[in-house]
Ligand binder design. Structure first.
Ligand SMILES: [Fe+2]
Length: 474
């Protein structure tokens, strides 16, 4: 009897793409910051050049870039698109629409609608549109909560919430010229059609659509609520890993970028809504903006499942700073850095350690939201779809009771954040709140009283030993 010990092997039939799932019918290319390449028709991508005299299928070549031409190679961001019609084929923008009442793009003292405050605040779940509001799509449902800097200067950021009950369209697209947008759906999936292809994001995933890219948002579950974080002038990057090494935290291969997909629609009137300096401006075009047959480059939308974040935390004693939970970071000009931190299930194993978040005052402002699960912090009240705000340099931490519990607990292995995804946008600067957030949201929580009021410090019990008047045990 003989045994076969040779095999001719196998070759990949093509580039790897992710398979569809029950929640997401689309496929994706994987990686972060790659030079991707995708063509929906064979041979649509030119070879060896970007602008052939005549493109395959008589497509039009068009570049979109997100970085200055003379940027260092590592920060170059651009893509080449091969499309049926050039993007310039549109009518002049209409006169400015009335300013959207709840969208802000300037957070300096020049804007009376941006309020600087040292008071911490919390918001319950932001409300969905009421029946009397009719159809509210993603753009109409955008409300700015907080921000820093000025979109017109390309410096700073804004945090919006969105609450919608209708898909955009038909034949309606959005383009944010103010900055890159990171969307975090909390209720209902977002079906995002972009010039680069389609993405489906469920609660627990984030989607980034960079500045200048046209996209349309549909709501396959009939409802959409979530967060939209926008950065002016900068782009989202993966943080340096330092001694963590090559692996861990948000791993590059877990980011997913669409494959090329195009529609043919040369007979319909499309409206593109541009956001510029916080104003919405519309223009018409007689063809779909989603007509890109092929593209290549590294300036392209992507999504990421936050459940895939690989936590790296202290395993012996003491605490790591929360930056160990950084998914993406963005430089927003003038040295301002903003990080997206995510809190996912993990095991605490430290000994002789105060395990809740330590008492602290940071230069950073903390904006914290929640996608699903339960938050057990005693210093803030947070529910999925809600928000908390801790201003720069203002002190915060746990209640006295939680301090007692944490300082007397038997410390064994402990699993926390099960079935929970909460996040924090950590901004190394002051962040202003909007009039919408403070006056019109309908979900602002009453200001919390001093959670340590009337507490006698345990230290006084030691005064006798120090030669003072001892206090009785409580
Ligand atoms: Fe904090």
């Amino acid at each position: 009897m003989t045994t076969t010990r040779t095999f001719t092997g196998a070759t990949a039939p093509g580039p790897y793409t992710t398979p569809p799932t029950a929640a997401d019918p689309y496929t994706y290319q994987v990686g972060f910051g790659n030079r991707f390449a995708s063509e929906a028709l064979p041979g649509a991508l030119p070879v060896g050049c970007n602008t052939p005299q005549r493109c395959a299928y008589d497509l039009v070549s068009e570049q979109l870039n997100g970085a200055a031409f003379v940027s260092p190679r590592a920060s170059q961001l651009n893509s080449w698109l091969y499309r049926i019609q050039p993007s310039l084929a549109h009518a002049p923008p209409r006169p400015l629409l009335p300013a959207a009442a709840d969208i802000e793009a300037v957070f300096t003292s020049a804007n009376p609608a941006a309020v600087a405050t040292p008071q911490d605040y919390g918001w319950d779940k932001f409300p969905l549109p009421s029946a009397s509001e009719g159809h509210v799509d993603f753009v109409a449902g955008l409300k700015t909560v907080a921000g820093h800097g000025d979109a017109t200067l390309g410096r700073g950021l804004a945090l919006h919430v969105y609450a919608a009950n209708a898909s955009m369209g038909p034949r309606r697209a959005f383009c944010n010229n103010d900055g890159d947008m990171l969307l975090l759906p909390q209720e209902g999936r977002l079906d995002v059609q972009t010039e680069f292809g389609r993405l489906m994001a469920r609660p627990g995933e984030l989607v980034v659509v960079q500045a200048g890219i046209r996209f349309s948002v549909r709501l396959p579950d009939g409802v959409g609520r979530g967060y939209a974080w926008e950065v002016f002038g900068g782009h989202f990057e993966l943080p340096e890993l330092g001694p963590v090494g090559a692996n861990g935290m948000a791993q590059a291969r877990d980011f997913e970028t669409p494959v090329a997909g195009f529609d043919v629609d040369l007979a319909s009137g499309w409206t593109v809504v541009v956001k510029l300096a916080g104003r919405l401006i519309e223009y018409e075009q007689p063809h779909t903006p989603f007509d890109v047959v092929a593209w290549h480059g590294n300036y392209a939308p992507y999504k990421y499942a936050l459940e895939r974040f690989v936590s790296s935390a202290t395993s012996d004693r003491d605490q790591s700073d929360p930056s160990i939970c950084c998914v993406v970071t963005a430089r927003c000009g003038d040295g301002v850095v903003a990080d997206l931190l995510v809190f996912t299930p993990k095991t605490l194993a430290t000994r002789d350690t105060f395990r809740p978040p330590y008492f602290h005052r940071n230069m950073a402002t903390e904006l914290m939201g929640m996608v699903y699960g339960v938050w057990h912090g005693s210093g803030t009240r947070l529910e999925p779809g809600g928000l908390t705000y801790e201003p720069s340099y203002m002190p915060h931490g746990e209640s006295h009771q939680r301090w007692i519990d944490a300082t007397t607990a038997d410390l064994g292995p402990e699993r926390i954040f099960e079935d929970t995804i909460a996040f924090m946008i950590h901004v190394s600067a002051h962040v202003s709140l909007t009039k919408y957030a403070l006056e019109r949201s309908g979900c602002l929580q009453p200001v919390q009283d001093d959670v340590w009021r009337d507490v006698e410090p345990a230290f006084v019990r030691h005064l006798g030993a120090l030669g003072g008047e001892p206090a009785a045990e409580p």
